[in-house]
Design a protein around this ligand. Structure first.
Ligand SMILES: CC(C)(COP(=O)(O)OP(=O)(O)OC[C@H]1O[C@@H](n2cnc3c(N)ncnc32)[C@H](O)[C@@H]1OP(=O)(O)O)[C@@H](O)C(=O)NCCC(=O)NCCS
Length: 166
């Protein structure tokens, strides 16, 4: 059974497919102004990328009753890795454990896929909150860079508390 994932306020954090009911809230997801150098200014940009690009898959991040964030994933068929991207938590909802819970939930979901051998993501070297978040969840830099961002990877052989499950 999948374990319920909660934030620091004990709200259940779940990832939802994009629907007629939630897409407006996802489109409105916005980081703080000074975080716009790391991510898009609005969730709408990533939603369109998912809809138009055919590579990424957007998900709504719901905490309790509200949509408070966006995250997306993709499969790279060139090297067989899964990727996480577009992680944004609304400015007012940051620092409450939502980002941690959302990435944990997505890692669980991807790791359960039969072809999942490695999960990757990238972050700007100056993005300290993102680096801490991903490190806490067990991601480690691969040494690769993509668009000046640090590429980090997690092997599904490690659970999201960082303990080996193999
Ligand atoms: C990065 C982001 C998704 C984290 O989400 P969040 O809900 O604020 O994070 P959490 O509350 O779950 O905190 C997770 C960890 O992030 C770190 N963190 C969060 N906010 C932080 C801040 N303002 N300063 C430093 N570290 C911070 C903490 O280390 C925390 O770990 P802890 O549990 O040891 O305290 C969020 O800050 C965000 O949307 N930022 C703008 C967009 C962005 O940069 N996305 C990542 C692109 S790679």
């Amino acid at each position: 059974m999948t374990q319920q994932i909660t934030d620091r306020q004990d709200r259940a954090v779940v990832l939802e497919d994009i629907t007629d009911a939630n897409w407006r809230d996802v489109a409105d997801v916005a980081p703080a102004d000074d975080q716009r150098r790391f991510v898009a200014a609005l969730g709408a940009r990533y939603l369109l990328l998912s809809t138009r690009g055919g590579v990424w898959n957007s998900l709504a991040v719901r905490a309790g009753d509200e949509v408070v964030g966006h995250v997306m994933w993709a499969y790279d068929d060139e090297d067989g890795t899964h990727w996480i991207g577009g992680m944004i938590v609304n400015e007012a909802e940051q620092g409450k454990g939502v980002g941690h819970a959302a990435v944990r939930a997505l890692v669980q979901r991807l790791a359960a896929l039969p072809d999942c051998r490695e999960i990757r993501l990238s972050y700007h070297p100056d993005n300290t909150p993102a680096a801490r978040l991903y490190t806490t969840l067990g991601f480690r830099p691969t040494g690769d860079f993509e668009d000046e961002e640090v590429v980090a990877a997690l092997s599904p052989a490690f659970d999201v508390t960082g303990h080996s499950t193999s």
